[in-house]
Design a protein around this ligand. Structure first.
Ligand SMILES: Nc1ncnc2c1ncn2[C@@H]1O[C@H](COP(=O)(O)OP(=O)(O)O)[C@@H](O)[C@H]1O
Ligand SMILES: [Mg+2]
Length: 425
C-alpha cells in the first residue's frame, strides 16, 4: 500500500513510525512532514490546508490510504473532497468534524442526547452574554465557539475577568469568526483524562486511557499549551469506568451524530473531567490527540494499518487490537518562551545517543534541518517517549533519555506521570 499522512507534528511522526512497521505498507508520504518524519517517509512540500494540492498529489500517486492529522484540514472538507474522488481517507467529513469545530454544536448535541457535560448557555450577542455573567457562580468558563488552537478557553474567577474575555472574543474578535458565539459553562473540578476511540460509524473501538498535561509548568501551573506530555494507561480510569465511558459517552455520541445526519468515522476523542459525580465531557475532538497519540501508539502491539483500513471500509467489527500491558510516557521538550514568543534555530544535540536506547522513541514536532544538523523551529520541539513495565519505570527511562538531549533554552515538565504514581502509592 501507498500511504499519505497529512500534518507536520509529533502526532504525525508517531503515526508514520507505527505505519512504517506494517508489512502491508510499501511507501509512506507525509505532507508537509518534518525532518524526523523524513527519516522514515518521503516528505512532500504541500501544506495541510492545501486541499487541492493534496488531492491532486494523492490522485497522481494512486495513494491507497490518506490519514489526516490536524483538525483544520478536516473542517475544510478534505475528507469529503477525497471521497468524491473515490480516494480512501481516514477521518470524519466536514459535517461530522463540526463536533470539534463548534463547541456550541457539541454542547447542544450532548444536552439533547443526555451525554454528561457541564451545564452551559450559548450566546451570539455580547450584551446578553454579559447579562448572563451577573447570574453565574464563579469560577465560570468562557469558550470561543470555533477553532482557536487551544487558546480560546478561559476560566474566570470574577465577573470583571469574564466580561473582559467576552469582549476580547466577541467584540475585539481576537479569534476571528471563531468568536462569533461564546459558550459560557459551569466550572467542573476534577482530573482530566482523554479517551480516544476509532469508529466506522457502527463499531466503536476505544483505545486505552491517556492523560495529557496542558499547562506549561509542573503542578499544572502557568498558561495552557498544545500539550506538554502524556502517559497511558491512567490508573484513575478503572475497567468499570472505562466501560461506563464507552456506554454513556462514546456509544451515545456516535449514535447522536448518526441521528443528526452527520455519520461519524475516524477518531473520536473525548476530553473528559472525572468529577465526583463521574466522567463528564469537556469537549470532543475529531482527530488523534497530540501528544496522546505518541504515548498510545508506543503501546499498540497490533498493526495500525488494518485498523485504519477497516474503518474506511466499514468493517471495524471484525478487527481486533492488541495492546502492550506496559505503560508509556511522552514528555515534550519545548523552546524557551513557549507558549508565548520563543526563539528558534538552536542546534539540537544528543539525538544519536538515543537511537541505541531500548524502549525509547523521539518524535519530532518543531525541528528543521540545517547543514545536516537538526535545529529547533517550533514551540514544541521533540516528544521523547518511553515504555516501561509501569508508569514509574517508563518515567525513569524517559527522563534518562531527556538528559542526553539538549538545545539552548530547552524546557520540559519534570512531573509527567506523577499523578499516576501518586495515585498508586
Ligand atoms: N467546564 C470546565 N471546567 C473546568 N475546566 C475546564 C472546563 N472547560 C474547559 N476546562 C479547561 O480548559 C481546557 C481547554 O478546554 P477545552 O474545552 O478542552 O477546549 P480546547 O481544547 O479547544 O482549548 C481543558 O483542558 C480544561 O483544563
Ligand atoms: Mg481540549
Amino acid at each position: 500500500m501507498k500511504i499519505l499522512i497529512i500534518g507536520n507534528g509529533g502526532r504525525e511522526h508517531a503515526l508514520a513510525w507505527k505505519i512504517a512497521q506494517s508489512p502491508m505498507v510499501k511507501k509512506i508520504f507525509c505532507a508537509p512532514g518534518n525532518p524526523g518524519i523524513a527519516e522514515i517517509a518521503e516528505c512532500i512540500d504541500i501544506e495541510a490546508e492545501n486541499i487541492d494540492g493534496l488531492y491532486t498529489f494523492a490522485m497522481k500517486q494512486k495513494i491507497d490510504l490518506t490519514i489526516v492529522g490536524p483538525e483544520d484540514a478536516l473542517l475544510s472538507g478534505i475528507v469529503d473532497r477525497f471521497m468524491e474522488g473515490h480516494l480512501h481517507i481516514f477521518g470524519p467529513s466536514k459535517r461530522a468534524a463540526v463536533i470539534e469545530g463548534s463547541k456550541a454544536f457539541a454542547k447542544t448535541l450532548m444536552r439533547k442526547h443526555g451525554i454528561p457535560t457541564a451545564d452551559f448557555k450559548v450566546f451570539d450577542d455580547v450584551k446578553q452574554a454579559k447579562r448572563h455573567i451577573a447570574t453565574c457562580e464563579f469560577p465560570v468558563v468562557i469558550k470561543a465557539d470555533g477553532l482557536a488552537r487551544g487558546k480560546g478557553v478561559f476560566i474566570c474567577k470574577t465577573p470583571e475577568e469574564a466580561t473582559k474575555h467576552i469582549d476580547d472574543i466577541m467584540k475585539e474578535k481576537v479569534f476571528g469568526h471563531a468568536g462569533d458565539r461564546v459558550v459560557i459553562e459551569e466550572f467542573l473540578p476534577g482530573e482530566e483524562v482523554s479517551i480516544l476511540a476509532i469508529t466506522d460509524g457502527n463499531t466503536i473501538l476505544p483505545l486505552p486511557s491517556v492523560q495529557d498535561h496542558k499547562a506549561i509548568c509542573d503542578g499544572d501551573k502557568g498558561p495552557n499549551t498544545g500539550g506538554m506530555g502524556a502517559y497511558s494507561p491512567v490508573p484513575l480510569i478503572t475497567d468499570d469506568m472505562q466501560l461506563s465511558i464507552e456506554e454513556n459517552i462514546l456509544v451515545p455520541v456516535i449514535h447522536a451524530m448518526k441521528r443528526e445526519n452527520r455519520p461519524y468515522k475516524g477518531v473520536i476523542y473525548a476530553g473528559l473531567i472525572i468529577t465526583s459525580a463521574g466522567p463528564k465531557v469537556l469537549e470532543f475532538n475529531a482527530r488523534f490527540g497530540d501528544p496522546e497519540t505518541q504515548a498510545l501508539l508506543m503501546r499498540m502491539k497490533s498493526d495500525l494499518v488494518p485498523l485504519l483500513v477497516s474503518t474506511v471500509k466499514n468493517t471495524l467489527e471484525n478487527t481486533e487490537v492488541e495492546w502492550n500491558d506496559c505503560a508509556s510516557i511522552c514528555v515534550v521538550m519545548a523552546s524557551r518562551g513557549y507558549p508565548d514568543k520563543y526563539e528558534k534555530g538552536f542546534p539540537i544535540s544528543g539525538l544519536e545517543t538515543i537511537r541505541g536506547m531500548d524502549n525509547v522513541q523521539v518524535f519530532h514536532a518543531g525541528t528543521s534541518k540545517k547543514d545536516g544538523r537538526f535545529i529547533t523551529s517550533g514551540g514544541r520541539v521533540l516528544g521523547v517517549t518511553a515504555l516501561g513495565k509501569d508508569v514509574s519505570e517508563a518515567q525513569e527511562t524517559v527522563y534518562r533519555a531527556i538528559q542526553k538531549i539538549s538545545f539552548e533554552g530547552a524546557h520540559y515538565r519534570r512531573d509527567i506521570g506523577a499523578k499516576a504514581i501518586y495515585r498508586k502509592a
